[in-house]
Design a protein around this ligand. Structure first.
Ligand SMILES: [Fe+2]
Length: 303
């Protein structure tokens, strides 16, 4: 696990006084649910929809997706990745038990954690650690890998590493399966902390290797393509969290094309999956037309 990035170090110290949203223009900031929390709370209260929104936020789903990939080494055909993102774990007490219930009898080869374990500030870190430990203890597979999100403190990354999660902070590892190898690179946050370093993370990865990128915000997709990644796994958007009928996101969370806000997507030669996340953000513990998910991804070699 790499040391804390200087940008993250500065902003983590600063964030309790003032959140700095890097690279946010006026329009982009309006796509964030945080900006609208007070108004959303008021609307849910006067319309009586708060209970329904909370029930939706607790209705965690296991989704299953087949991901067809060119150049996937044949020994990784049918390899299963359990992808869990955006825990915001202090926000809802029921999340650990809901996750454990869904994965109890589930078979998967690797687990990847997409960041945003923390929700509140450092005062709530003991709760975050306790709940994340409970979840990690129930993950049974060949390897657990994680990255940091824009809500996270570096300290939660150190803690996860200490309990068996391989944290990838602008670095990569190799995964071997019956003599064949793929590369998994993980980035630090590119949304608020501006501490993602894709060049560092990909240093010494052979150009013709099969590469998976784990990055909290999907906004990195153009760079992921440029660096030759085959698959990008992201979260951050919560798929909108508060959506219109049909799952149309009102708040995309970041200025990205609508097609990469949720689920499986393609951008030229890059395939991506953006998780809807398990938790809720913006101090609005509610979801509409957009249920929380943990995603079981089955990789398939595209014939
Ligand atoms: Fe999040």
């Amino acid at each position: 696990m790499n040391k804390i990035h200087p940008n993250r170090l500065y902003l983590e110290e600063y964030r309790t006084k003032k959140h700095k949203y890097a690279k946010d223009g006026f329009f982009t900031s309006l796509t964030r649910i945080h900006k609208w929390s007070a108004i959303i709370h008021f609307i849910l209260k006067i319309t009586g929809l708060a209970d329904k929104g909370l029930a939706n936020a607790q209705n965690l789903q296991l989704t299953r997706t087949t991901v067809e990939l060119e150049n996937l080494p044949e020994n990784f055909d049918n390899c299963r990745i359990l992808f869990i993102s955006d825990f915001h774990i202090e926000g809802l007490e029921s999340i650990p038990d809901n996750i454990i219930r869904l994965i109890e009898n589930l078979e998967y080869d690797y687990c990847m954690l997409g960041g945003d374990y923390n929700h509140y500030n450092m005062m709530h870190m003991p709760t975050a650690k306790q709940r994340m430990k409970k979840i990690v203890e129930h993950l049974k597979c060949n390897g657990i890998y994680g990255i940091l999100g824009n809500h996270d403190y570096y300290e939660i990354g150190v803690f996860l590493q200490s309990i068996g999660v391989t944290m990838l902070i602008n670095e990569h590892i190799t995964i071997e399966r019956n003599g064949q190898t793929i590369y998994l690179a993980g980035l630090d946050d590119c949304y608020i902390f501006d501490s993602a370093d894709i060049g560092r993370a990909t240093k010494h990865i052979p150009s013709d290797a099969f590469k998976i990128l784990l990055c909290h915000s999907p906004q990195i997709y153009k760079q992921a393509l440029k660096y030759g990644f085959n698959l990008q796994l992201s979260g951050h958007t919560h798929a909108g969290q508060i959506c219109l009928p049909g799952g149309i996101a009102i708040f995309k969370g970041v200025n990205i094309p609508r097609k990469i806000v949720k689920g499986l997507w393609n951008y030229k030669n890059l395939t991506g999956y953006t998780s809807s996340g398990v938790g809720s953000s913006g101090n609005v513990t509610a979801r509409f037309f957009c249920l929380p998910e943990i995603a079981l991804l089955t990789l398939k070699t595209k014939k």
